[in-house]
Design a binder for this molecule. Structure first.
Ligand SMILES: *[C@@H]1O[C@H](CO)[C@@H](O)[C@H](O)[C@H]1NC(C)=O
Ligand SMILES: *[C@@H]1O[C@H](CO)[C@@H](O)[C@H](O)[C@H]1NC(C)=O
Ligand SMILES: *[C@@H]1O[C@H](CO)[C@@H](O)[C@H](O)[C@H]1NC(C)=O
Ligand SMILES: *[C@@H]1O[C@H](CO)[C@@H](O)[C@H](O)[C@H]1NC(C)=O
Ligand SMILES: *[C@@H]1O[C@H](CO)[C@@H](O)[C@H](O)[C@H]1NC(C)=O
Ligand SMILES: *[C@@H]1O[C@H](CO)[C@@H](O)[C@H](O)[C@H]1NC(C)=O
Ligand SMILES: *[C@@H]1O[C@H](CO)[C@@H](O)[C@H](O)[C@H]1NC(C)=O
Length: 630
């Protein structure tokens, strides 16, 4: 009779917090071994376990999971130290060194992960009942804690802070970093992003809505989010929700699942199944990338989401839809062998969609554009051969993409990450907007230290180049002045806009039709509409000759700085004189004022200042309009 009794008793012992060898604390100089199943930390009340967790054949990760009986390899993992670098099932160890550093070593022994902490006094590693693993000294001061480095799950009262993100697992059984992320964007809004191998795009909140339309606020830059054990979630961008079972004190976790959905789960007891008490996406097909490239997502409420390949394509990996489909044919760049296939009743993300109502000439691109590899761009530019422009931020080369489109490829100087801020600003501003008078960005490349931006090539170079040559007639100048104004003062048309901070003829490019396209947003700065003022700009931004006097006089910097720069460009278009080069020791503005004073009627005034290269061929009414004269 003894044997059945033992079998029954075993699970009780295994899940008991009072198991002799398991404790909630690891002290200095000791370690946990992958080879000893009892080498785990169990939180005081027994809710969580920390230890080596099997993630594959002879592959382990140091993890924290809900302490469940019989969960075997299918426990609810809430944190992992080394999800992308599993260690060997033999000789791997987690050690709290005498120096105060907590390290995870592989069999070799190679350190695959470390907290990089230092402490001369006593420290210990403690697994708390909240699920937080904390390295603390005797005074209780926290030197490091797992709550500061979330993986795919947030627990009650754990803060999702600035610069932190939740990253989904690769699949149901593969815990390594996947393609979906929850993070605070540069404009302080909490978002879900598909960050796949080829493209990346935001799918929550609905990318077709402006932040305020989605109920989000961009004003609070504290960028924090958390939820409590009752089921109340709130975030600093004013997003909040209550779980369906709000009010009950039960186990909860917020997880970005491998399918890209963000879900709040709850259960009363560890014997129960987790139930979903809130989720971000009710229509799974709106999660970008969940069926992978070249596939179609179809959702039928009764049977769930179904992925299928486009005609002529097959699944890349039959066990993993997120890798999508690949052609069963050999794709050629030659257009003569390529035809188009019409697909009905599908919505394609990755193209612009005119949302109609607001925003003339202004569309928000629903998704990211293309991520290029460095090799691709190197090939397109034939090894960065043909330089077509050069600035402080980098050098621009002409290139021809695989599909024959002609591109201007800007390679940023990114020594010591100095260009990183400019790169991010440019991708975030131009990448999200499409306006007929803004330069069209096709994609970017961020590989190691390499930072490149890919734009549509502009046949006629910059306004600066063309003004100094003799061929811009009045008609072209007038249309360039109007188009530039449309791009520079978009703030009238949309709710959030940026200060360009560097409006000048070098940054106004001309297409085959002499339509101006404003470019180079590397110095731009987001502007909050209501305040119309930006406070903490540390350095003067812009180019001598076009910089508003506010900078020099230390006055508040508002959207008017771009108005000033635009005004200088306008005078340059009219007079043909550059405020940098042509007017010796005198500002263009005072030169114009002087000339006007010398004349006594309006026609004469115009004659005095107009570019002599126009040989008197200009439209007086249009010129008056540009100068704001009655
Ligand atoms: C998990 O996915 C990663 C990334 O695709 C892959 O490198 C790794 O081999 C996978 N692990 C297992 C156990 O399948
Ligand atoms: C693991 O648990 C989940 C959720 O309870 C279940 O859907 C899945 O089938 C389980 N996987 C295995 C391998 O047991
Ligand atoms: C939910 O949490 C937020 C932020 O902590 C708080 O302001 C709000 O009052 C809470 N709501 C309820 C019903 O407790
Ligand atoms: C910003 O958000 C934090 C966290 O939600 C909150 O404590 C703080 O009061 C907010 N600040 C403002 C100015 O609303
Ligand atoms: C935040 O939301 C509340 C109610 O949902 C609203 O009254 C308040 O004005 C919002 N705050 C901001 C800054 O949008
Ligand atoms: C594609 O190209 C490969 C290598 O050139 C060749 O082996 C294969 O048969 C081609 N497939 C088709 C469908 O043409
Ligand atoms: C404008 O400048 C570009 C680049 O220098 C040049 O190729 C083009 O011919 C110019 N156009 C005119 C009309 O001068």
């Amino acid at each position: 009779m003894a044997i059945p009794f033992l079998v029954l008793a075993l699970p009780l012992i295994l899940s008991s917090p009072f198991l002799s060898s398991a404790s909630d604390t690891l002290s200095k100089g000791s370690s946990l071994s992958v080879e000893n199943a009892n080498d785990v930390l169990i939180s005081p009340s027994g809710t969580f376990t920390a230890g080596f967790f099997p993630v594959g054949k002879n592959a382990y990760c140091f993890a924290i999971w809900f302490n469940e009986p019989f969960c075997n390899n299918n426990c609810t993992v809430v944190w992992m130290a080394n999800r992308d670098h599993p260690v060997n099932g033999k000789r791997s160890e987690l050690s709290l060194l005498k120096s105060g550093n907590l390290i995870l070593t592989d069999a070799d022994p190679v350190t695959v992960w470390a907290t990089d902490t230092v402490s001369e006094t006593s420290v210990h590693l403690h697994l708390q009942d909240s699920g937080n693993l904390a390295l603390q000294n005797l005074e209780g001061e926290v030197l490091w804690q797992s709550f500061d480095f979330p993986a795919d799950t947030l627990l009650p009262l754990q803060l999702l802070a600035k610069d932190k993100q939740l990253v989904s697992s690769r699949s149901q059984s593969n815990y390594s970093s996947g393609f979906f992320k929850l993070y605070f964007d540069n404009d302080n809004v909490l978002r879900l992003l598909y960050d796949g191998p080829d493209t990346s795009s935001i799918y929550w909140p609905d990318p077709e809505l402006l932040s305020w339309e989605a109920g989000r606020s961009t004003y609070n830059n504290s960028r924090t989010a958390s939820f409590d054990s009752l089921g109340n979630f709130s975030s600093s961008d004013n997003f909040s929700f209550m779980s369906a079972d709000y009010g009950m004190t039960i186990q909860r976790r917020l997880t970005i699942d491998f399918d890209g959905n963000l879900r709040l789960y709850s259960r009363e007891d560890r014997k129960d199944k987790w139930t979903v008490s809130w989720q971000a996406m009710s229509e799974p097909c709106k999660i970008h990338g969940s069926c992978g490239p070249n596939s179609i997502c179809n959702y039928v409420p009764s049977s769930g989401r179904k992925c299928s390949c486009l005609q002529g394509f097959k699944m890349k990996d039959v066990t993993d839809w997120s890798l999508g489909c690949e052609p069963e044919f050999n794709l050629s760049c030659s257009t003569s062998e390529t035809t188009y296939l019409r697909l009905t009743h599908v919505e394609f993300y990755g193209t612009h969609q005119d949302t109609g109502a607001v925003k003339p000439g202004y569309l928000q691109i629903a998704t990211g554009f293309r991520k290029f590899t460095y090799a691709e761009l190197k090939k397109a530019t034939r090894g960065f051969r043909e330089e077509i422009g050069r600035g402080a931020g980098g050098i621009v080369y002409k290139g021809i993409l695989c599909d024959h489109r002609v591109a201007a490829i800007k390679r940023l100087i990114n020594e010591a990450n100095q260009g990183e801020e400019e790169f991010q600003a440019e991708v975030n501003v131009i990448g999200k907007l499409n306006h007929m008078n803004l330069i069209e960005m096709w994609g970017y490349c961020a590989e190691g230290k390499q930072r490149l931006l890919v734009y549509k090539y502009m046949e006629h170079g910059s306004l600066a180049e063309n003004l100094s040559s003799n061929t811009l007639d009045w008609e072209k100048r007038f249309s360039i002045a109007l188009g530039t104004a449309k791009a520079c003062f978009l703030c009238n048309e949309c709710l959030e806009w940026v200060l360009h901070c560097d409006v000048k003829p070098q940054n106004i490019l001309l297409d085959y039709d002499y339509q101006p396209k404003v470019s180079d947003f590397g110095l731009s700065h987001p502007l909050k509409r209501d305040s119309h003022e930006i406070s903490r700009l540390s350095r003067i931004r812009g180019t001598r000759g076009y910089i508003a006097p506010e900078w020099v006089l230390n006055l508040p910097i508002t959207s008017k700085i771009d108005v000033y720069s635009y005004g200088m460009v306008l005078l340059e278009i009219v007079t043909g004189k550059s405020p940098i080069a042509d007017i010796e020791d005198r500002r263009l503005v005072s030169w114009v004022k002087e000339k006007i004073k010398e004349a006594n009627d309006m026609d004469l005034m115009m004659e005095k200042i107009v570019d002599p290269k126009l040989a008197g061929k200009y439209d007086k009414t249009q010129m008056k309009f540009l100068l704001g004269w009655p």
